[in-house]
Ligand binder design. Structure first.
Ligand code: PLZ
Length: 431
């Protein structure tokens, strides 16, 4: 069925693109030049009436659907009562309720506490603040291919130069980068071997006693959907526990049912000291959190954490609606079902073309890595998908990964149609 009414971009999108070029700073890019007017589960409808299959969820955000009824209802109800007070001035229940639920859901059964912020980068910055304050140490260990944000500290934590860091330095000090476990590209090191390689560097170059935290995405997002080898995260966690460093899991992209459980840490029984979350937490409204061991979270002096909008009441209401939807619709189960549909198809596709080097991921966070470490093939595949009205995203240090992040409520037929188009796009590119 054709969902496209016009050439892409259509005339109204072209008009908006012209207005945009006169008004919006060109440093802010867009993957597709299509301006969206409305959405339904799994579809984005542009201003020319073209219906696009959404396999990106706005970078893993609209997991519960777009719009999601429970989120829309909670937002309306809240904004009609009050939109903002600033939790640091006069608090409200929604903030407390979101923290209670996150404490319950985050990995581990120890006592936990939470603080709320606006964006993923802000959550990561605050996790580092808390880790430094709680340990009295300064060094932060991060990994090759890591992505943690675009603010000054999180640019330092992020691995890839273009487009995130080029020309924006100087960067924050006391950040140390070590190799990641990357099974497709690290010569088959086991998880414990890859962890030993990273730990050896930290011990020799940083000194274990100086490490405030080891910060890691349990499955890397922007860096290429890199799933570390079994035992890698566990070995890092054990080293942190032995040396008094904190393990901080950045679950901003992996969290909230995306990988088939509440958090990606759950798959390996990993219990981080602190967890950062954002994206899927609030069905599209800006909200982020740091959740962690109560004694660490409470180490900071009163007034040491905060911000004008952190835990805004409308965003908190949206989060409560989103979390209810995740439970009621068993969206972790839905993510596993997506994996069971998509992974076999991608694996079968990999048999048909030698362009594909690896197929990987978990739940509804799945990817194809092309063999050539350049953006060429992935870029052409993404373009072909976009021209056919399917929103797919690329990622990876080499820009050579196509990633799939469908909304967890995507109807089966739309997912199948999106995959058909992706398959044709991949089989249609030549070296
Ligand atoms: N940590 C693991 O994935 C955001 C960024 C896209 P913010 N990823 C998408 C882009 O090009 O800006 C992300 C993430 C992980 C932190 C962040 C940062 O979250 O909400 O974008 O600040």
């Amino acid at each position: 069925m054709t969902r496209l009414r016009t050439e892409l971009p259509g005339p109204r999108s072209l008009e908006l693109a012209a207005r945009r070029s006169g008004a919006v700073a060109s440093g802010v890019g867009s993957t597709l030049p299509l301006y969206i007017e409305s959405a339904e589960d799994g579809l984005l409808v542009d201003v020319d009436g073209n219906r696009l299959i959404d396999l990106g969820s706005g970078i893993a955000v609209t997991s519960v659907g777009n719009p999601a009824p429970a989120v829309a209802e909670a937002v309306h109800e809240q904004i009609d009562r009050f939109s903002h007070t600033c939790f640091m001035i006069t608090p409200y229940e929604g903030y407390v309720e979101v923290c209670e639920q996150l404490n319950e859901l985050a990995p581990g059964d120890h006592a936990k506490k939470t603080a709320l912020f606006n964006s993923g980068a802000e959550a990561v910055e605050n996790a580092v603040k808390i880790a430094r304050h709680a340990t009295g140490r300064t060094a932060v260990v991060v990994f090759d291919h890591a992505y943690h944000g675009r603010t000054n500290l999180t640019m330092a934590l992020t691995s890839k130069n273009m487009p995130y860091k080029q020309g924006f330095g100087p960067f924050a000090p006391e950040v140390y980068r070590v190799p990641m476990s990357y099974p497709y590209r690290d010569g088959g090191l086991t998880g414990p071997e890859a962890a030993a390689r990273a730990i050896d560097l930290v011990e020799k170059q940083v000194g274990a006693d100086n490490v405030a935290c080891v910060l890691i995405e349990p499955i890397q997002g922007e860096g290429g959907f890199v799933v570390p080898a079994d035992g890698f995260l566990g070995a890092l966690s054990a080293w942190c526990a032995e040396k008094g460093a904190l393990l901080v899991a950045d679950e901003i992209q992996t969290g909230f049912c995306r990988t088939g459980s509440w958090f990606a840490s759950d798959h390996e029984g990993l219990v981080p000291d602190l967890v950062t979350t954002a994206k899927g937490i609030a069905g599209g409204l800006p909200l982020a959190a740091v959740t962690g061991r109560a004694e660490l979270m409470d180490a900071v002096h009163v007034g040491g954490l905060g911000g004008t909008y952190g835990g805004n009441p409308v965003a908190c209401a949206a989060a409560l609606g989103a979390l209810r939807t995740m439970r009621e619709k068993d969206l972790s189960g839905a993510a596993r079902a997506i994996e069971n549909t998509v992974l076999p198809r991608l694996r079968a596709l990999a048999e048909k073309t030698d362009l594909i080097g690896d197929v990987r991921g978990r739940g509804a966070m799945l990817a194809v890595e092309f063999t050539e470490p350049t953006p060429d093939v992935a870029g052409r595949v993404a373009k072909a998908c976009h021209a056919a009205g399917v929103v797919v995203l690329t990622c990876g240090t080499y820009g050579n990964v196509i990633r799939l992040l469908p909304p967890l409520v995507i109807p089966d037929d739309l997912l199948a149609e999106g995959l058909d188009i992706l398959e044709q796009a991949i089989l249609g590119v030549t070296k």
